[in-house]
Write a protein that binds this ligand. Structure first.
Ligand SMILES: Cc1ncc(COP(=O)(O)O)c(C=O)c1O
Ligand SMILES: N[C@@H](CCOP(=O)(O)O)C(=O)O
Length: 475
């Protein structure tokens, strides 16, 4: 298995290289040269497997022999042993045709743990073999940051720098990041939005001398391995609900388009997914795209689902690559137009192809709150976080237009305790922090505030990374 860049001008890479590379050198994102596929019989044979075994089956074709299956199975088992539910990503049935998939049973209470607990271990494994050290730079609107920090803290071969938009995450999300005081963890509160954070991360990758000097790596979903690990839970849910002999649809609260792109990947691998419903908050650029075929940025608006306060969804480029029939140079031109003018449009034929699978719905603040309250009332007191509510409300908006016999799974991407103020305001109930985070508000915080300026961030990284200009790990 080799990986190619969506912009068509970077060398193809093997799995271990793509894991460490992050963004491709031509500014594109890596995708598999061809999607591996499973036959219905192969999917049937996955029924009843424990999550970790299923994960190895689903991900093995992506490794291309660069990590042995036995080594990989050990890393996967270890990654999911720390989850507090035996099923890792359990399903909860809400009514005859609607389920919620709980993705928040990992150490930082968000779906990011599912991929990042594995990535941290993969980084260690691959870096030890290569005797290398990497400097990870990542952008977060709240959840990737803490999951990545938890996965990489105290790892000798890694320094990790996480940029979050100052004052725009929930307090729990911020504290989950800034109270980790390990020497290799560096939190930056950026004076800007999440999109600014993500732009700076990409700019650091596109500065090739800085990239090489620091041996940069990524933990955001620009890293292919993140997508690979997220594909697994779509298999887990669909198989539990009857795949390959029954179709399944998913509703996904969406910001950077990584999670729902993983569902698209699962479908490309042979999983019978009928619909992918994209739920956006008031930052509804994706819902507008699926309605009109035009991607047009607007000013980012703070909402009660802050992890989705995003205008530029990195992973959308991976879908566009397919809509452009994998023509890298043509996509490069389109992305250039988007960068310079803040908009682009696809052709009616491209939009029609996208809409065969995807549809989008905007869920405003009022509907988000109403969905949290209604779920508590109708589902036996179940509390859901605002992001999950966006996904569930989008599912409800789609349901009148789809076959009720096809199960619809809404993704619960974060634990309600990460957003206690918003949940309490909507439901009257304040979700308590689980025991492992019970003293979060008493822990010391460490964070550096920086302006939205590439040079300032690069200077900070240089001053803190345990790496010399010659590319070695410093003493
Ligand atoms: C709780 C939560 N829900 C939804 C999303 C959106 O996911 P994606 O960026 O993969 O579209 C995020 C951030 O990624 C998140 O943290
Ligand atoms: N919502 C995300 C934004 C970054 O997304 P990623 O999936 O690309 O890491 C967050 O919580 O940080």
């Amino acid at each position: 298995m080799r990986y190619i860049s969506t912009r068509g001008a970077a060398p193809t890479l093997a799995f271990d290289e793509v894991l460490l590379a992050g963004l491709a050198r031509d500014g594109g994102l890596y995708v598999p040269e061809t999607w591996p596929t499973f036959t219905p019989d192969e999917i049937r044979a996955m029924r009843g497997l424990p999550y970790a075994e299923l994960a190895v089956r689903v991900m093995a074709p992506f490794l291309g022999g660069r990590v042995t299956e036995a080594e990989f199975a050990g890393l996967v088992r270890d990654a999911y042993a720390g989850f507090d539910h035996a099923a890792v990503t359990p399903l909860v049935q809400l009514d005859q045709s609607t389920w919620v998939m709980e993705l928040f049973h990992g150490p930082t209470l968000a779906f990011k743990d599912v991929a990042l607990q594995l990535l941290g271990r993969l980084f260690d494994h691959v870096l030890a073999k290569k005797a290398e050290h990497v400097t990870i730079v990542g952008a977060t609107s709240g959840d990737t940051g803490s999951a990545a920090i938890e996965a990489c803290r105290d790892r000798e071969a890694v320094d990790i720098f996480i940029l979050h938009p100052k004052g725009r995450t929930s307090e729990v999300q911020r504290r989950q990041m800034t109270t980790v005081l390990s020497d290799n963890v560096h939190n930056i509160a950026l004076e800007g939005s999440f999109d600014d954070c993500q732009d700076l991360v990409k700019a650091m990758f596109n500065d090739t001398s800085f990239r090489d000097e620091q041996n940069l790596s990524a933990v955001n979903s620009i890293n292919w391995a993140r997508i690979m690990a997220q594909i697994v839970y779509y298999f887990a849910a669909a198989i539990e609900l009857g795949a390959p002999d029954r179709q399944v649809s998913f509703a996904v609260p969406t910001g950077n388009f990584g999670n729902v792109y993983a569902a698209y990947g699962a479908r490309a691998m042979g999983l019978p997914i009928q619909r992918l419903v994209v739920g956006t908050n008031s930052n509804d650029i994706l819902a507008r795209f699926f309605a009109t075929g035009t991607m047009q940025t607007q000013a980012v608006m703070p909402t009660i689902s802050p992890s989705m306060d995003i205008q530029i969804s990195s992973n959308f480029e991976r879908l566009l690559f397919d809509l452009y029939d994998r023509d890298g140079p043509a996509l490069n031109q389109c992305m250039g137009r988007f960068r310079s003018g803040g908009s682009f449009a696809v052709t009616p034929a491209q939009l029609e192809r996208a809409r065969l699978v995807f549809n989008g719905h905007k869920v405003d603040e009022e509907l988000t709150r109403a969905t949290m309250a209604e779920t508590r009332r109708l589902a036996g007191g179940l509390l859901i976080d605002p992001h999950t509510a966006v996904g569930l409300a989008a599912a409800r908006a789609e349901q009148p237009h789809i076959d009720p016999a096809v199960p619809l799974v809404a993704l619960a991407c974060a634990h309600p305790a990460k957003f206690p103020d918003a949940v309490e305001r909507a439901t009257g109930v304040r979700p308590p922090l689980p025991p492992r985070l019970a003293d979060l508000y008493e822990r010391e915080e460490r964070v550096t505030v920086l302006p939205n300026d590439l040079r300032a961030v690069q200077a900070f990284v240089r001053s803190r990374a345990r790496r010399t200009a010659a590319g070695q790990r410093s003493a």
